[in-house]
Design a protein around this ligand. Structure first.
Ligand code: ATP
Length: 306
């Protein structure tokens, strides 16, 4: 009987492996389906990045023909500077990051990096030069070390640990029984939103791209985690051309320019102090958020006192 049991047991294991692999492939296809590949034009050249200036020129975009999401957006992120995009939910902020990464093509206008229209360059070369810290990081079903090393396969253990340290996730990883070899993802340890984002930051630090896109998480993080992530983001963006898609305002105070998007157009632009003084949409959003934060803190203190 045992002779029969071993192969059957093995087949069961094989079955589970294959099933999981199919689930993984399924995930991959659903990701690709959401972002149908924009293909290279014939004769497309690799993107040559010098300083890394990003320019949007009168960019228009619609997901569906009857509804235009971006209605002629122009701005520049000078080399090494940080520009933040803020605005009400649904204003089109994340759409801007998707266009820069060329998940979609603008229906009008151009996006230039160091003078080259990104629609005319090789897709792979564009993605190589842009580091993206997305809102919601999807981790591979592998070890946490593998998930960081994905930023640069040639990196050695020391470099992986250094990137993790800069992203403020190294201490957490070392506290795990299997350290960097801890399996994560669907089949492993489930990481919180903040931890996943820090893995994505470590990955991006390792990749070291000249241009960064930070699409901040929408979900509220506790203020300690938020501060840790902010410190990590500040470190990774120093000296790099950075576009921050901000869903909360606390993270944009230090940006060189803040662009306020509303219903697909730029409603206001300036620095934090300038926009507050102007008393427009940004100032209203700032005050509302401050009130909400204060109310949340008050509730928390009351709960702690009980
Ligand atoms: P939030 O702060 O809530 O994340 P946002 O400003 O980043 O909002 P976008 O994600 O850019 O907003 O979306 C802008 C608009 O485009 C929204 O009304 C959204 O419903 C719509 N939209 C986004 N993705 C798609 C899609 N794949 N197909 C159709 N419409 C979409």
């Amino acid at each position: 009987l045992i002779q029969l049991y071993i192969p059957l047991n093995f087949m069961g294991m094989l079955y589970r492996e294959i099933k999981q692999a199919l689930i993984d492939i399924d995930d991959m296809f659903s990701i690709l389906a959401r972002h149908p590949e924009v293909s290279d034009r014939p004769g497309a050249k690799p993107l040559a990045v010098g300083e890394g200036t990003v320019r949007f020129e009168d960019v228009r975009f619609s997901y569906v023909p009857e509804r235009e999401i971006l209605k002629g957006i122009s701005f520049e992120v000078p080399a090494g500077r940080t520009v933040a995009i803020v605005g009400p939910s649904g204003a089109g902020k994340s759409t801007i990051s998707r266009l820069l990464f060329r998940f979609y093509e603008p229906s009008g206008g151009r996006i230039l990096i160091d003078g080259q229209d990104i629609a005319a360059v090789q897709q792979a070369s564009l993605r190589e030069k842009i580091g993206m810290v997305p809102q919601d990081t999807v981790l591979f079903n592998d070890t946490i070390g593998y998930n960081i090393r994905y930023g640069r396969w040639e990196a050695d253990e020391e470099e992986v640990a250094e990137a993790a340290r800069l992203a403020q996730i190294d201490t957490f990883i070392r506290s795990l029984p299997e350290g960097y070899d801890t399996p994560v993802g669907e089949r492993g340890l489930k990481l919180s939103g903040g931890e996943k984002q820090r893995v994505a930051i470590a990955r991006t630090i390792l990749k070291g791209p000249p241009i960064l896109v930070l699409d901040e998480a929408t979900s509220a993080l506790d203020s300690f985690t938020e501060k840790e992530i902010q410190d990590a983001l500040d470190r990774v963006s120093r000296g790099r051309t950075t576009l921050v898609i901000a869903h909360r305002l606390s993270t944009v105070v230090g940006a060189d320019e803040i662009i306020v998007l509303d219903k697909g157009v730029i409603a206001e632009r300036g620095t934090h102090d300038g926009l507050l003084a102007a008393g427009g949409l940004y100032a209203a959003m700032w005050n509302r958020q401050r009130e909400a934060d204060e109310a949340r803190e008050k509730l928390k203190r009351a709960a702690e006192e009980e």
